[in-house]
Design a protein around this ligand. Structure first.
Ligand code: KIV
Length: 267
């Protein structure tokens, strides 16, 4: 059993070493323990839990207390990977002080090793404040799902020159503010490549092409568990929704026909 614990400096060093960073999301102990056995570098307790775990239509409704609970569950399963918790909508936008208190709770109560914050330049002061006191922060630019009401949908970001310039500038500003890594979501591969080449911190792509320094997917998408929609950038490594439906339906058949439990499954 590998007892090595991945640290923030190691993640940052992987960029210069040319080693790709593999990241996935988790929301509970069982998935986290499985993910931690396969050499994953970062486990993110994503606010995607709001959609794929809680069944809301967006990431906006999930609360601070709910994200803390998910982080605590995941932390009991993760021994090796770096554990990052996503700060939910309105837990970091009110003031740097409130953000610091909430980010600190993820470390103290959730046993996370860092937090993720969506947004560019307007978040720089807040990010500065919390990295200054020793809380590692991962940035998130591009299609930031908490801004879905402003975007009006999940379309690709940074396609026109004006938006691309803003994203390039935001990436530099976040690096200066102290983020140790930067998620780039659903932007053109060429733009992600340019941003990755322009900053010293690693970029983690989701729908941002092959030239990011690492990749992340929502685990429920990769497993074929979430069937509401399938973004083009998702590669399904399993069809677990079908496998689970088959298992549940076989169980119902066996109970109805009286073949479960058998004598071997009885006392
Ligand atoms: O909430 C989430 O799962 C995320 C990642 C997919 C980047 O923000």
């Amino acid at each position: 059993m590998d007892s090595h614990k991945i640290t923030v400096p190691e993640i940052m060093g992987m960029k210069s070493a040319g080693e790709k960073i593999a990241c996935l999301t988790a929301y509970d102990w069982c998935f986290a323990a499985l993910l931690d056995q396969v050499g994953l570098d970062i486990v993110l307790v994503g606010d995607s839990a709001s959609m794929v775990y809680a069944g809301y239509e967006t990431t906006i409704p999930i609360t601070m207390e709910q994200m803390l609970y998910h982080t605590q569950c995941v932390s009991r399963g993760v021994k090796r990977a770096l554990l990052i918790a996503d700060m939910p909508f309105l837990s970091f936008q009110i003031s740097p002080e409130e953000t610091l208190r909430n980010a600190g709770r993820f470390l103290k109560e959730g046993r996370a090793e860092g937090v993720k914050i969506e947004g560019g330049e307007p978040m720089a002061e807040t990010i500065h404040r919390i990295t200054d006191v020793g809380i590692p922060v991962m940035g998130h630019l591009g299609l930031t799902p908490q801004s879905i009401k402003v975007f009006g949908g999940y379309r690709i970001r940074g396609k026109d020159e004006r938006e691309a310039e803003i994203l390039k500038n935001d990436a530099r500003i976040l690096e200066q503010a102290g983020v140790f890594a930067l998620v780039l979501e659903k932007i053109p591969a060429t733009l992600a490549k340019e941003i990755s080449g322009s900053i010293a911190i690693p970029t983690i792509g989701i729908g941002a092409g092959p030239d990011c320094d690492g990749q992340i997917l929502v685990t429920h998408d990769l497993l074929g568990l979430f069937e509401e929609f399938k973004p083009k950038f998702v590669r399904k490594y399993a069809e677990l929704a079908k496998t689970m439906r088959d298992a549940f339906s076989n169980y119902v058949k066996d109970v109805k026909s009286g073949t479960f439990p058998s004598s071997r499954e009885s006392f």
